[in-house]
Design a protein around this ligand. Structure first.
Ligand code: AMO
Length: 379
């Protein structure tokens, strides 16, 4: 029987029957004396990717053979963490009275800029994959749902090959009505982050203590840093009308960690000039050169962005026009504003980036089972 076992290629699946007895030498204190062996599934050999060897393998090779790669317990642990985090967000948001919804992913028009739209041939008519549920979650505010969230795929034709962009990612989107400025949205977001981390920590404390340890829930409230102050903190001239770049975000993360010891912080009061193409963002009533928009950053990386929306149709039309678009090309969206739309706002939160950062992964692709990027459509 041993000879037969030794000849079997690694990763084959076998059923062994026999006597179990205590053994001081065995890893778990018990050993099995085999009496009957059945080969359930014989593996081919050689393996394209080692499962138990300690050699480090290129990411590309790992993703080419992802099913074998996922057999490694440390790789599979990322998805236990991911599942626990998602469960934590769902519980937290349900606890705050949010309804989970699903909106269409094949759309007539985008909301986040034409450059990253994926076209679809929809029975001969042009359509696009959803870059975000933005317009639909806002329409639901006009439909009388006061608090909704969605966790769903978002698609962006991102040509850039970076460690934090995918062409298909999971977005946690939230929208809430009858708000009085951005603070109400930020409070929901920071509470959801803290509660999701606390839930994941508890959930994994026995089954994966080495991951649970990493999940110390941060203190609330997170620091709030106005955009203009952030520009100063990273040492660049103010009022450039440009968003912070990757390197500037990283520097800000280091400064805030040193100053406040906080891994999570909000960058608030985004200038209108930086959000010019975000037509649905409300310009601040007291100072139209600013919006109430904010980003949530985690260790120098943006994980969420959002703010109060423009709910008055005349101003919305103006914003759409100044973004270089035609209001008439958004008939269904505009209709939701024509018959009584409450003030509202929300955010979009990148699940994959959050899992990447909490698991300490160097590449966002490792946070997805079967990642999609500019070059990868398989597996
Ligand atoms: P935004 O475009 O900033 O906002 O996206 C929100 C969050 O989604 C994540 N994200 C990505 N993750 C992986 N790969 C990508 N290509 C990618 N693009 C974005 C980031 C980001 O912070 N409609 C607004 C949200 C709102 O205002 O409610 C939006 O989509 O973590």
């Amino acid at each position: 029987m041993f000879a037969e076992l030794e000849a079997l290629p690694r990763e084959s699946i076998v059923a062994v029957e026999g006597k179990v007895q205590r053994s001081a030498k065995a890893n778990r204190g018990v050993e099995l004396l085999p009496e009957k062996l059945e080969v359930i599934a014989r593996s081919e050999s050689p393996l394209p990717l080692g499962v138990v060897d300690k050699v480090s393998v290129e990411l590309d090779t790992r993703f080419n053979h992802r099913v074998l790669d996922l057999r490694k317990p440390s790789v599979r642990a990322v998805f236990r963490l991911r599942s626990a985090i998602l469960e934590g967000f769902r519980r937290s948001l349900a606890g705050m009275g949010f309804l989970e919804v699903e909106t269409p992913k094949i759309l007539r028009q985008g909301a986040e800029g034409g450059a990253t739209l994926f076209p679809v041939d929809y029975f001969g008519k042009p359509a696009f994959l959803a870059q975000s549920p933005q317009l639909y979650k806002q329409m639901l505010m006009g439909a009388g749902f006061e608090r909704v969230f969605e966790i769903a795929p978002a698609f962006r034709a991102e040509p850039s090959d970076t460690v934090r962009h995918l062409t298909e990612f999971s977005s946690l989107d939230l929208e809430m009505a009858y708000i009085d400025g951005p603070e109400a949205i930020r409070e929901v977001l920071e509470r959801a982050v803290v509660e999701a981390l606390a839930h994941a920590r508890e959930r994994l404390s026995e089954s994966a203590p080495e991951i649970a340890e990493r999940l110390a829930p941060p203190k609330r409230p997170f620091p709030r840093i106005p955009f203009a102050e952030a520009e100063g903190l990273v040492g660049r001239p103010g009022a450039t009308g440009r968003d912070l770049g990757t390197e500037e975000e990283k520097r800000l993360g280091e400064v805030v960690k040193g100053r406040d010891g906080a891994p999570f912080y909000f960058i608030t009061d985004y200038p209108t000039s930086v959000k010019a193409s975000t037509f649905y963002a409300e310009r601040r009533p007291d100072d139209p050169s600013l919006t109430g928009y904010f980003d949530l950053d985690f260790d120098g990386v943006e994980v969420a962005s959002g703010g109060p929306r423009e709910h008055r149709i005349a101003r919305l039309d103006e914003n759409i026009r100044s973004a270089g678009l035609d209001p008439e090309s958004f008939p269904a969206y505009r209709e939701a504003f024509r018959f009584g739309m409450p003030p509202h706002g929300g955010f979009g939160f990148g699940i994959d980036r959050f899992v990447q950062l909490t698991a300490g992964l160097s590449n966002i692709r490792e946070a997805r089972l079967f990642p999609r990027d500019r070059y990868r459509l398989e597996p």
